[in-house]
Design a protein around this ligand. Structure first.
Ligand code: ATP
Length: 411
């Protein structure tokens, strides 16, 4: 598969995650990379991720080895999840209890799947939970292990999220993930991990493993939420609820129908996905997407396809810009509040003469309630990232931006 690496979207302790693009289809995906000589853990993650499939876990898309700047790199391809990690989201604004419930329901459905498959995640925490338009997804199976690997595998994970039996080095089973779920609820509600007053990982492990304390519950949470926490944060792992039991706890169950309605929609692969637009017209998602109107799904595709641009896209992302260039410059852009051009190619433009207003109206109806894109016609093959982040919901704009670039490259 020919692909191009784009902007770095995350850095973990051992790997770098970048956005990337498939040349042939224009599909956007995420690639986790590390030097081949240090790729043992990433190859293990590859093996685990490729063996599972669940809508609440980031999906596997393949792997390869590249030579970049004289170094061999091992690359693991995954679905790109547009909203980023929960730990980053809460740095911008804390989550309310309703949103925590929504995310938790997806996360625990993913965890239930892993546990039924015999896998312990071993590193549940906010930075390993990604937010997509269809809810939260578990990521980073780099520490995961099969339950029957038992003591052959070393204890792994993040000290502040470790259960007492893990901190003592006794055991790391399914119940350890449940403890980490409790810690993640605290992180989502307060903006920081539990045990705020510990000064280093060693004292954290000692306190968690031997003090007999449990993390402090945020006082502002509802009684239901506190009860949920108390069922996750039991010192004795045998007393903790299982993922299946947690799904029936009133904290998650009471709103499950409402939440399912909100997350009913699949994440669109492009903005021409009619379900995406139709659903957005009906309801707001918990990410507070504003109403963005309906799209007449058929005619724009047909008409856009008439552009028949033989695409050799050059797609780059850096900190401020997403630039999409095509051989014939056939590209959609907008100038100011309500005008959209589909191309800066004269021949292609002729095709649209007399119809571009209609096209614009069908294709980008209510676009200004998403964001105001003010790229001028002059730079019509560039989209300014700054323009997308101007209004409040960056996540939504980033998603839109990538969906948008996807369609353009699909044409
Ligand atoms: N599929 C994805 N889509 C979007 N962003 C992602 C994706 N995977 C990872 N990221 C981003 O990259 C960051 C690091 O990824 P990840 O946790 O997998 O790396 P790691 O090296 O295993 O980290 P850790 O330090 O937890 O071991 C995440 O917190 C997230 O911001």
């Amino acid at each position: 598969m020919d692909w191009t690496r784009g902007k770095t979207i995350g850095r973990g302790s051992f790997a770098t995650v970048s956005a990337a693009l498939v040349h042939r289809t224009g599909e956007v995906f995420a690639v986790k990379s590390v030097e081949y000589s240090k790729s043992e853990l990433l190859q293990r993650e590859d093996k685990i991720l490729s063996s599972i499939k669940c809508p609440h876990i980031v999906s596997y898309k393949g792997c390869d080895v590249t030579n970049e700047n004289g170094k061999n790199m091992y690359n693991l391809f995954m679905e790109y999840v547009s909203g980023g990690a929960v730990s980053d989201v809460i740095q911008k604004s804390l989550l309310d209890e309703f949103t925590i419930k929504s995310y938790m329901r997806s996360i625990i459905l993913g965890l239930e799947y892993l546990h039924l498959e015999g896998l312990v995640h071993c590193d549940i925490k906010g930075s390993n939970i990604l937010i997509g338009l269809d809810g939260a997804k578990i990521a980073d199976l780099g520490c995961a292990k099969w339950i029957n690997e038992g003591k052959e595998m070393p204890i792994s994970g993040t000290p502040l999220f470790m259960a007492p039996e893990v901190a003592r080095g006794d055991d790391q089973g399914f119940a350890a993930d449940i403890w980490a779920i409790g810690c993640t609820v605290i992180e989502m509600a307060t903006g920081h991990p539990p045990w705020v007053d510990v000064i280093d990982p060693v004292s954290a492990l000692y306190r968690i493993g031997f003090s007999g304390e449990v993390p402090e519950f945020p006082s502002f949470l509802s009684n239901e939420a506190k009860d949920f926490l108390s069922n996750c944060l039991r010192k004795d792992p045998k007393e903790r609820m299982t993922a299946t039991q947690l799904l029936k706890h009133p904290f998650l169950d009471s709103h499950s129908k409402q939440i399912q309605n909100l997350f009913r929609h699949n994440s669109p692969t492009s903005i021409l996905d009619s379900d995406f637009w139709d659903s957005m017209g009906e309801t707001e998602s918990p990410l507070n997407l504003t109403h963005i109107g309906y799209l007449n799904s058929n005619s724009p595709i047909e008409r856009l396809k008439r552009l028949s641009c033989p695409i050799t896209p050059n797609w780059t992302i850096n900190d401020d810009w997403v630039t999409i260039r095509c051989e014939q410059h056939a590209i959609a852009t907008t100038s100011g509040s309500d005008s959209v051009w589909v191309s800066d190619d004269e021949e292609a433009e002729e095709l649209y003469e007399g119809s571009s207003d209609e096209l614009v109206n069908n294709y980008f109806r209510d676009i200004n309630s998403i964001c105001s894109i003010s790229t001028s016609r002059r730079d019509c093959n560039s989209f300014s990232r700054r323009d997308f982040v101007r209004s409040s919901n960056v996540t939504k704009h980033e998603h839109f931006m990538l969906s948008f670039s996807t369609i353009l490259l699909e044409l």
